[in-house]
Ligand binder design. Structure first.
Ligand SMILES: Cc1cc2nc3c(=O)[nH]c(=O)nc-3n(C[C@H](O)[C@H](O)[C@H](O)COP(=O)(O)O)c2cc1C
Length: 232
């Protein structure tokens, strides 16, 4: 454990993997600090090492930053203000259709938001004040397996960012208006916008960050160990 220093072209500060995993959490308010393009590229290059079905690497990444991001931020805030309903490319399934296990976890998370609940929509409406957003897409007509691959790629991005002391936010809120993104980013209908990942420095003083704590089920609640065959 501990910290590692790697020398490539310049020295890169990186946390140990376990610490990067443990440090990662969803951040809903970022500071003004910009993230260098070179850092984001390094994170993405590492994430490209994620496995995928027959090495299909089916995804594309659209990185939004600078003036282009500010234009999308303004346009999305207007849609939010007008109460425009989200129409994501991946349909959202009503909570009542999820498994009992998932429903219990979602209900516990929602109940646990407490005072932070009213802070979430305004934070989302200004795209969490993020200095950069990655939109991950898949080609229209993608295999279900590609969703698995995109998830592995996405988590690798989060961990690569965490290892470099950066915070991330994976959010439906970032891709709820795909038409807006298609217009501004020139993404064609041949690409489905699956998820958005905001990246930047965490604002440690923001209540929307400090007040939301998430838990996980005990491992025994999801793990069944099969060491001996039932009839042996
Ligand atoms: C696909 C996906 C979409 C998400 N969308 C949102 C969102 O729209 N708004 C939000 O506040 N959190 C969103 N989250 C964050 C989850 O609520 C969060 O990952 C979960 O509560 C666990 O917390 P943690 O990431 O801090 O460990 C999303 C997470 C995933 C994986």
């Amino acid at each position: 454990m501990g910290v590692q220093f790697r020398i490539k072209q310049r020295s890169v500060f990186k946390l140990d993997l376990t610490q990067a995993i443990k440090n990662r959490h969803s951040v809903r308010q970022f500071t003004d600090e910009k993230v260098p393009l070179a850092t984001i590229k390094a994170i993405l290059q590492d994430a490209q090492l994620a496995p995928s079905w027959v090495n299909s690497q089916p995804y594309q990444v659209h990185l939004l930053m600078g003036d282009a991001l500010e234009a999308v931020r303004t346009a999305q805030a207007q849609l939010e203000k007008a109460g425009t309903k989200g129409t994501p490319d991946v349909p959202v399934m009503g909570r009542q259709h999820w498994s009992p296990q998932a429903q219990r976890n979602m209900a516990a998370w929602t109940a646990g938001l407490g005072n932070a609940a009213p802070l979430m929509a305004p934070a989302a409406a200004q795209l969490y004040h993020a200095p950069a957003i990655l939109y991950l897409t898949l080609p229209t007509g993608y295999s279900d397996w590609s969703l698995y691959d995109l998830g592995a790629f996405g988590e690798s991005i989060l961990l690569g960012a965490s290892a470099r002391g950066l915070a991330t936010m994976t959010a439906y809120q970032l891709i709820k208006y795909p038409q807006l993104l298609r217009q501004h980013l020139n993404i064609s209908a041949a690409q489905q916008i699956i998820i958005g990942i905001a990246i930047g420095k965490e604002d440690p003083a923001a209540a929307v960050n400090t007040q939301i704590k998430t838990t996980r089920m005990p491992l025994d609640a999801i793990l069944t160990v099969h060491e001996h065959l039932p009839n042996s």
